[in-house]
Ligand binder design. Structure first.
Ligand code: SF4
Length: 329
């Protein structure tokens, strides 16, 4: 695509989106807090999953002040099932800053939004664009795929130099008077028409500008990192005091959440095996062996017995929740 086509490209996307854009709850609002919540949820969770949780979450925490007033355990419990719990910690930290430093009113200045804890460049741009309709450059994986194809660019999309170039391109291309619709359109084009594999070029609103010669072969990516495996040995220790669990210490990925206690393999080899759980998380293929421990097992470190009627209230990652639910019933 030539530079003189940039304006027509952006307008074609906006026109298409205004006619055919999907109706998501976060597109019906310009409330910056609601936009921030949607952006943080959508970072590592699919749209269908977020659709099932977003409105209920906003009912529980309709303003930054509501989340700031909740303790961390309540926030973690509410996030359960969405994964990547550092996101809800970041959201709560931002809510506390908005409440304490901005009187509970979401800031409108870019510098103040950027200064919120745990909010990165992409999220700042998303809030500026979707809440305040400002021409901010937004590039996610969908947008970088569209750019690679429209410009017939075979450089790896995940390489830092390509990312930088795409960000500069996004800033140049953004629609000046309707950046909100333009950015939504660009992402939606990648989600629904310019998809991975073979795109639906016949339905594409910007096909006249596209230079892709073999779109199914684009984008090119850097070689994938190897998958790693991890094995854990968990204890199942149920007594009249409750179920033995460990509260994860500070600095761990699941800080503040509970999990079944773990032991080295050589300490559990004589215990009966209750079950095996397998799942993937990031680059890891995890296998967990669940061993039946005597009811008089002595808690170590941050381990404690939690009464079984309290288990629904405490936060834990989905694999633990599933394992415990399965073996309690
Ligand atoms: S014409 Fe095809 S490859 Fe090009 S942007 Fe549209 S859907 Fe993607």
């Amino acid at each position: 695509m030539q530079k003189h086509d940039y304006g027509s490209f952006a307008q074609a996307l906006v026109d298409w989106f205004l006619l055919r854009g999907r109706d998501y709850p976060w597109r019906r609002t310009t409330d910056a807090w609601a936009i921030l919540v949607s952006e943080i949820m959508l970072q590592q969770t699919t749209i269908p999953t977020v659709l099932g949780r977003y409105e209920a979450w906003l009912q529980q925490f309709p303003t930054p002040a509501h989340l700031a007033a909740a303790d961390e355990q309540t926030a973690l419990r509410s996030w359960e099932g969405l994964g990547y719990y550092r996101r809800v910690r970041a959201l709560r930290a931002a809510a506390i800053t908005i409440t304490e430093q901005h009187g509970g009113v979401f800031p409108t200045e870019e510098a103040a939004i950027r200064a919120l804890p745990g909010i990165g460049d992409y999220t700042v741009a998303a809030v500026l664009s979707f809440a305040y309709n400002r021409p901010a450059a937004l590039v996610d994986t969908n947008v970088s795929r569209v750019f690679a194809r429209v410009f017939n660019d075979a450089s790896p999309v995940d390489a830092p130099a390509t990312r930088k170039r795409h960000l500069a391109l996004a800033a140049e291309l953004v629609h000046s008077s309707n950046p909100r619709a333009y950015n939504s359109a660009l992402m939606e084009l990648g989600q629904t028409i310019c998809t991975t594999g073979t795109p639906s070029c016949m339905l594409c609103p910007v096909r006249e500008f596209c230079r892709a010669e073999t779109p199914a072969e684009l984008p090119v990516k850097l070689p994938k990192k190897d998958t790693l495996s991890a094995e854990h040995h968990d204890l199942w220790c149920l007594s009249e005091r409750g179920l033995l669990l460990e509260k994860q210490p500070g600095g761990k990925r699941h800080e503040g959440m509970y999990r079944l206690p773990q032991r080295p393999a050589n300490e559990v080899q004589t215990l009966p095996l209750l079950g095996i759980q397998k799942y993937s998380v990031t680059r890891y293929k995890v296998t967990r062996y669940l061993h039946l421990a005597p009811a008089n097992t002595v808690p170590q470190g941050k381990e404690e017995f939690i009464p079984t009627d309290k288990l629904p209230e405490i936060p834990m990652a989905s694999p633990d929740r599933k394992l415990i639910t399965k073996h309690l019933h």
